[in-house]
Design a protein around this ligand. Sequence first.
Ligand code: SAM
Length: 268
Amino acid sequence: MTDKVHLGHRARKRFGQNFLNDDMIIDKIVTAIDPKPADNLVEIGPGLGAITEPVVDLSEKLTVVELDKDLAERLIKHPFMGPKLTVHQGDAMKFDFASLIKDGEKLKIFGNLPYNVSTPLLFHLFEFADHVEHMHFMLQKEVVKRMVANPDSKAFGRLSVMTQYYCNAMPVIEVPPECFKPAPKVDSAVIRLIPKKPEQRSAKSTKILNTVCLEAFNQRRKTLRNSLSNLLTSEEMAEIGIDATKRAENLSLSQFIDIANWIYDNKQ
Ligand code: SAM
């Protein structure tokens, strides 16, 4: 058997399949998720069930979303499959997580995410922030660094602004490549995301906030006068209280929100 075959399944690169194969790390992840019988739990990309199985043991209700048909079918046939577990075969990036909520309860979402689509998947998940109590995701360590990066650093970008707009984020576990089969080429880390309350999120339009970030960081070496020229004049930046000679990486989250809200109020 090659390194790519794990528990009789050949890992598919296009689905970002790197299966966890280290009991100590799996234990740490389950401890971080802290599943309780009353929780409405959701796993993205259960794969061969490395995290699914211990979480099912501790809980009463787990929904999993798996894109790979073979793996979804394998889970449905698995001995731990029972009334506690619901398998959705499909793309988590198109999944309506709000459809899993009853009686205003919140979801606890987790997963060892496919690294090839982790950023768009995170952006999709942020849209459900109001329905989520917490999320725990294994990601490329570099992505985790970008999510928690502060202004004035190279890692600070659109992902930092949008993550920190929606959530309080903290790295909780570091995971080296040898804990997976096949081993990825990069280091990994688990991040904990706790959505902020709606009243802590003051952007009038998250779509505009996202557009401002896209424009600003698209040409991150340029000054804001140039990188935001499609959206604002230098005079308008001065009116908002933004120094047009700075770069995107020098702005704080609240300054990005100020810019987006000014555009919402004045240019819609
Ligand atoms: N949870 C397993 C583990 O830790 O061993 C597998 C993790 S593997 C890194 C990522 C999993 O996500 C795979 O099972 C893959 O098939 C699945 N996947 C990939 N893209 C997906 C998508 N868009 N929606 C849902 N699942 C996806």
